[in-house]
Design a protein around this ligand. Structure first.
Ligand code: SF4
Length: 377
């Protein structure tokens, strides 16, 4: 691919240098899970689906962490599973190093997971309790066609800072702490020598005191191994600490993105403001009017999500058009921050993907297509 071709293919908001750094990309990824039909629905020929993920586009870059933040049920873990090819897509495309991929099963799936590894939330459930650390790491190395010598196994343990390795290699999962188990799970993922780590709430089941150590480890691996990391979390405060870029997801859709510092310090979307207001902060004294200012209530049903902006039933700033028209993404300032919210309609978008189709809700003038680069900075 020539430089010119690369630039033309770069997602909206991507600087040419960043486009070359893109390892994994989702374009308009959508996942609807069919719901089992009742007898009445069978007779009426109605089909329902859980619209878990709708029109998600993002890029994961080499040597960079992208946080995907949202509350339970927002679809963020489904995005990680779609990127790891555990579910087929309903619509959209996933590209690895610029090449569209549809990993089926068998050899093509193994070739894909060699490059894109998923780390699960619960390190105890993801390790087999009847096998030792040595077994888990040896197996990972063998499956991915690597030499499974003691030296290789010890090197993996050293990479995740389980030192000295001979103290851990013959232990069973129940003999390790939660943090150590998660480190073994990370070491097992590294056995594939991947380019991408998809970390689905990797610290949420760990004691608060050891979360920081695991996040620091992942950050260190990002730098040393130039990994592209997706960090799925409900904790926007940790995203600020750990991630270079933050994307906020609500009810199956991305609603805001930008560099982590900007999104967490100057949140633009009312939902991001709600998330930050709900995050524990010892320096902040609870304001009795806060609920009213930032919104409250429950996330909507994804079987029949609200029309227009999905956040409008909870949004204290909702306007009439929010109830009927889906807001596209609007750029905010010139540092790459964007929000899918009608409040920013008068801020024109200045860049777009050459030839990209407009977004589902992109009816307003000056609105770009949906292919916004996740990092957009
Ligand atoms: Fe609130 Fe309307 Fe913005 Fe949605 S589009 S977040 S309802 S102001």
């Amino acid at each position: 691919m020539t430089d010119h071709d690369q630039e033309a293919a770069a997602p909206f908001g991507t600087r040419p240098s960043q486009a070359g750094d893109t390892v994994l990309e989702a374009r308009g990824v959508t996942k609807h899970f069919p719901v089992r039909r009742t007898a009445r629905e069978v007779l009426g020929r109605r089909r329902r689906a859980v619209r878990a993920v709708d029109d998600i586009s993002l890029c994961l870059r080499r040597g960079s962490v992208t946080a995907l933040v949202g509350e339970s049920g927002s679809g963020k873990s489904t995005v990680a599973r779609l990127l790891s090819q555990l579910h087929p897509l309903t619509q959209g495309e996933i590209r690895l190093l610029g090449v569209p991929v549809t990993a089926g099963r068998g050899r093509s799936f193994r070739a894909y997971v060699r490059q894109v590894q998923l780390i699960f939330q619960d390190p105890f459930a993801s390790l087999n309790p009847v096998h030792t650390v040595r077994y888990h790491l040896t197996r990972s190395l063998r499956i991915h066609g690597k030499q499974a010598t003691d030296a290789e196994v010890f090197q993996l343990l050293e990479r995740v800072q389980l030192i000295p390795p001979n103290e851990y290699v013959d232990k069973f999962p129940h003999e390790l702490s939660g943090g150590q188990r998660q480190r073994v799970a990370i070491a097992r993922a590294l056995g594939a020598d991947p380019k991408v780590l998809l970390a689905d709430e990797p610290v949420s089941m760990l004691d608060v005191s050891i979360r920081l150590g695991v996040l620091n480890l992942l950050r260190d691996l990002k730098t040393r191994l130039s990994l592209a990391i997706l960090y799925v979390t409900h904790d926007i405060a940790s995203a600020r600490y750990f991630a270079d870029t933050t994307l906020v997801m609500y009810a199956g859709r991305l609603v805001e993105g930008g560099d982590s510092e900007t999104v967490t310090q100057r949140p633009a979307h009312p939902y991001t403001q709600l998330l930050i207001a709900s995050a524990p902060d010892p320096d902040r004294i609870a304001d009795p009017g806060e609920q009213e200012e930032t919104g409250s209530g429950e996330p909507p049903s994804l079987i029949s999500p609200p029309r227009g902006c999905r956040f409008h039933p909870r949004c204290p700033k909702a306007m009439e058009r929010c109830r009927t028209e889906l807001p596209p993404r609007f750029e905010i300032g010139d540092d790459g921050q964007w929000a899918a919210c009608w409040l920013y309609e008068d801020r024109p978008v200045t860049t777009r993907i050459p030839g990209a189709a407009p977004s589902a809700g992109a009816s307003a003038p000056g609105v770009a297509g949906t292919m916004t680069e996740a990092t957009a900075s």
